[in-house]
Design a protein around this ligand. Structure first.
Ligand code: C2O
Ligand code: CU
Length: 464
């Protein structure tokens, strides 16, 4: 008994150890003393940010921060978000990748949009460890470009130990000469392939162009770090690589992989996440996270350019960190008999208006936010879905509330391991995914490029 050492008997399990620190995004005050509950106030409102010398840029942000603050919890924790809309337009918040209840998912078909001045309390338990993010899901072409997104980290119950953990959120914005978000075009390539920015940002810092500098930090020799990357661009995909380190891919959208693999370069599409284990090379002076990005040169040729997103200066030395111990992860087998469904992703001009469609339906009707229900699935019955596109723009296709694995492209098996919630359909090709539909509810499925989803490539499915 504890009676003789003076401590009061306590009930319940011992408190969990503190969460590892994650560097890179603004923090948020936890209003709840219970270590298993993260309770926060989140406000969406107009904000100005000094992105460049001269005039500040007018944005819309969560808690006046670009990106919004990091929501940080442990798997199984409850998150309560008291959300207030202080903008002069309606909005909803979506928790991208979290397999929570559809009532809390930010679907405008289920949750009434939060009107200007109104509040909504999101309340859910985080079911899976991994790197996630949150963003607006209404008037998304504008609100998302204006900066309404933030990061989420959910740690494993027994999180592997690293020297340090960092999160990087990549974005692109189109900024005019007055340092403001450039006007939105309603035709041409901005609609066809989706609006692409002229300014690259990481964690809200401009990293491209004149005066742009990567996010910087120091990293002692001998470290092993965990880097999480979220791609919050609208339409740009990146090929990520890490220079000056031995790096491995350890996690995808849905958390840790059963088997990490060496990072050479890995393609990330809008909406997706990757995590890397990073160990500076013994003779490196710096470790850099780079993105190879297809951009137009002055002759309008598509060229691949490297951009430095983040740079760690190797400073000092610590005793060689032991290899992190990863929990055993088992993924459902991809060798199952599963029925194949087909979703055709397409686009065209109807009545002089560009429309994007799923199975021939422009499933989302402009400002009314009516999503057409395109399919109903049995819960827990694996299904293969062939996402085929006959048109050139790429579609990072996202299914809410579920995980899947990417098993083939154009009928050929591929090595794209790990649980995903977003698959990149790169122009005219077919990607086959195996989805498990473990989470009942009514779920949005859509292209993550805002112009595509808001012009029709967004629908609902029903699970159960
Ligand atoms: Cu990241 Cu439906 O969205
Ligand atoms: Cu698309």
């Amino acid at each position: 008994s504890d009676a003789d050492n003076g401590t009061k008997p306590t009930s319940g399990p011992p408190p969990p150890p503190p969460l590892p620190t994650v560097e890179g995004l603004a923090g948020i005050e936890d209003l709840n003393p219970d270590p298993t509950i993260l309770e926060v106030n989140l406000v969406a409102r107009a904000n100005t940010v000094p992105l460049f010398p001269g005039d500040e840029t007018r944005l819309l942000n969560y808690n006046d921060s670009l990106p919004g603050p990091l929501l940080h919890a442990r798997v199984g924790d409850r998150i309560i978000v008291h959300f207030r809309n202080e903008m002069n337009e309606s909005t909803v918040v979506h928790w991208h990748g979290l397999r929570i209840s559809d009532k809390m998912d930010g679907s405008p078909m289920i949750q009434n949009p939060v009107l200007p001045g109104e509040t909504f309390t999101y309340d859910f338990v985080v079911p899976d460890a991994g790197t996630y993010w949150y963003h607006t899901h209404l008037h998304q072409i504008q609100q998302f470009e204006y900066g309404l997104y933030g990061g989420i980290v959910v740690h494993e119950k027994e999180a592997p130990a690293f020297t340090a953990e960092r999160i990087f959120v990549g974005d692109d914005m189109r900024i005019n000469s007055a340092n403001q978000i450039a006007p939105f075009l309603t035709s041409g390539p901005d609609i066809g392939r989706g609006r692409i920015g002229n300014t690259l940002l990481v964690n809200g810092k401009v990293i491209s162009g004149e005066g742009g500098e990567p996010v910087t930090f120091t990293i002692p020799r001998g470290s092993v770090e965990r880097w999480r990357f979220v791609l919050a661009t609208n339409a740009l995909s990146y090929d990520l690589q890490i220079r000056g380190a031995e790096a491995r891919v350890i996690a995808t959208d849905g958390g840790l992989l059963p088997q990490p693999f060496p990072l050479d370069r890995v393609e990330i599409a809008p909406g997706q996440r990757f995590e890397f284990e990073v160990r500076p090379l013994p003779d490196a002076d710096e470790v850099a996270l780079e993105a190879l990005i297809l951009v137009l040169d002055e002759n309008d040729n598509v060229v691949e350019m490297p951009f430095e997103l983040a740079r760690g200066t190797v400073e000092g030395e610590i005793e060689e960190a032991p290899a992190p111990e990863y929990p055993v992860v088992e993924l459902p087998s991809t060798k199952v008999d599963a029925v194949t469904h087909s979703w055709a992703l397409s686009g065209g001009v109807v009545d002089n208006e560009v429309q994007f469609t799923i199975n021939g339906k422009a499933a989302f009707v402009g400002d009314t936010h009516e999503h057409v229900l395109i399919e109903t699935f049995e819960p827990n019955v694996p299904v293969k879905i062939r996402l085929s596109s006959n048109v050139s723009p790429a579609h990072p296709f996202h299914i809410h509330g579920q995980f899947f694995q990417i098993i083939a492209r154009n009928g050929q098996p591929v090595f794209e391991p790990g649980l995903r919630d977003t698959v990149y359909v790169r122009g005219a090709e077919t990607a086959t995914i195996l989805s498990y539909f473990e989470n009942p509810g009514r779920w949005m499925v859509h292209c993550h490029i805002s112009e595509h989803s808001e012009k029709g490539m967004m629908a609902d499915i029903q699970v159960g």
